[in-house]
Design a binder for this molecule. Structure first.
Ligand code: C2E
Ligand code: MG
Ligand code: MG
Ligand code: MG
Length: 282
C-alpha cells in the first residue's frame, strides 16, 4: 500500500510539474507579445518630501494587463522576462512611456518634478543603455535632470566595472541615480562611495519593522546616517503608518513613499492625487 501511495504521489507531482511547465510556456509566449499588443501599463507611486508634504516625484512601476487574467504584478513576470531575454525590450518601453507620461502631465498643467524608473541588471550590462536613454530623452523632450534611474546594490555588484561606467555616463548626461532596496543585497561600501549616486532607498523590509522592536530601529537609523554621510538623499520605501513617518522624519530621512500616502496609481489618478494634495508643484 505504501508503495502504491508513493507511486501515486510521484504521479501527482509530475503531472503538477508539467502543468507548471505548460503554464510557463503559455505565459512566455503571451509575454513575448505583450509589448506590441499594448498590454503593459505603468502605475506611478508618489514620493513626498517628508517635511513639507510636497510631491517630489513618482516611481514608475510596470504591470501587465493580461487578457482574461487581469493586472499581473511585476514580481510575477519581470523574473521571467529576465530569464527569456525580454527585459531589455520591456525596460525600454517603460523608460519611453514614463518620460512621455511626465511630459503629458506637464501639458495638462501637472508638474511632476521627477520620474524614477527601475533598471534591471541586463539593461546596465548591455552597454547600449546610455545611448538609448539619450534618444528617449530627446524624442520625448524630458530634461535629463527630471529622470532618475534606480539600480539595486546586487545589480551594481554583479559587474561593478560595467555598472560604474554606465552610472558615470548617466551622471554626465545629468540623469539622477538612486540605489534601490538598500540593505537587502551585498555591496561594498567603499565601492558605493565612489559611485555618483544621488539617493539611497531604504528597503521596505526595514521600514516595516520600525517601532516593532529596538533592534530594527537601529538598522533604519544606521542606513539613514550612512546615506547622509555619503551626501545622498534618503528615500524610505513602504511607509504605512504615522509611527514610521515620525521616526524617519526625526532621523533625517528626507523623502518617502508608501501606502500611508498612496499606492501606485494609474496616470489619471496621479493628477487627482495632486488636486487633493495641493502643495508647491506648479
Ligand atoms: P521596488 O522598485 O522596490 O518598488 C517598490 C515596491 O513596493 C512596489 O511593488 C510598490 O508597489 C511596493 N510598495 C510601495 N509602498 C508600499 C507599502 O506601503 N506597502 C507595501 N506592502 N508595498 C509597497 P511592485 O509595484 O509590485 O514592484 C515590485 C518590484 O518589481 C519593484 O520593487 C521592482 O524591483 C520591480 N519592478 C517594477 N517595475 C519595474 C520595471 O519597470 N523594471 C524593472 N526592471 N523592475 C520593475
Ligand atoms: Mg524601485
Ligand atoms: Mg525598492
Ligand atoms: Mg523594495
Amino acid at each position: 500500500a505504501a508503495k502504491r501511495q508513493g507511486r501515486n504521489r510521484l504521479h501527482f507531482f509530475s503531472s503538477q510539474l508539467s502543468d507548471n511547465v505548460r503554464e510557463n510556456l503559455v505565459m512566455e509566449s503571451a509575454l513575448r507579445n505583450a509589448i506590441e499588443r499594448k498590454e503593459l501599463v505603468l502605475h506611478y507611486q508618489p514620493q513626498l518630501d517628508l517635511n513639507s508634504g510636497d510631491l517630489v516625484g513618482v516611481e514608475a512601476l510596470v504591470r501587465w494587463q493580461r487578457p482574461e487574467i487581469g493586472l499581473v504584478p511585476p514580481g510575477l513576470f519581470i523574473p521571467l522576462a529576465e530569464e527569456i531575454g525580454l527585459i531589455n525590450d520591456i525596460g525600454l518601453w517603460v523608460l519611453e512611456e514614463a518620460c512621455r507620461q511626465t511630459i503629458d502631465w506637464d501639458r495638462q498643467g501637472y508638474h511632476v518634478p521627477r520620474m524614477a524608473v527601475n533598471l534591471a541588471v541586463q539593461q546596465i550590462e548591455s552597454g547600449h543603455l546610455p545611448q538609448q536613454v539619450l534618444q528617449i530623452l530627446q524624442y520625448t523632450g524630458l530634461p535629463a535632470q527630471r529622470l532618475e534611474l534606480e539600480v539595486t546594490e546586487s545589480a551594481i555588484m554583479i559587474e561593478p566595472k560595467k555598472a560604474a561606467d554606465a552610472l558615470l555616463e548617466f551622471q554626465s548626461m545629468g540623469i539622477r541615480l538612486a540605489i534601490d532596496d538598500f540593505g537587502t543585497g551585498y555591496s561594498s561600501l567603499a565601492y558605493l562611495k565612489r559611485l555618483p549616486l544621488d539617493r539611497l532607498k531604504i528597503d521596505r523590509s526595514f521600514v516595516m519593522d520600525i517601532g516593532t522592536n529596538a533592534g530594527d530601529d537601529i538598522i533604519s537609523r544606521a542606513i539613514i546616517n550612512l546615506s547622509n554621510s555619503l551626501g545622498m538623499d534618503t528615500v524610505a520605501e513602504g511607509i504605512e503608518n504615522t509611527d514610521q513617518l515620525e521616526f524617519l522624519r526625526r532621523e533625517g530621512c528626507e523623502i518617502g513613499q508608501g501606502y500611508l500616502f498612496s499606492k501606485p496609481l494609474p496616470a489619471d489618478a496621479v493628477m487627482a492625487f495632486m488636486d487633493k494634495n495641493p502643495s508647491d508643484w506648479s
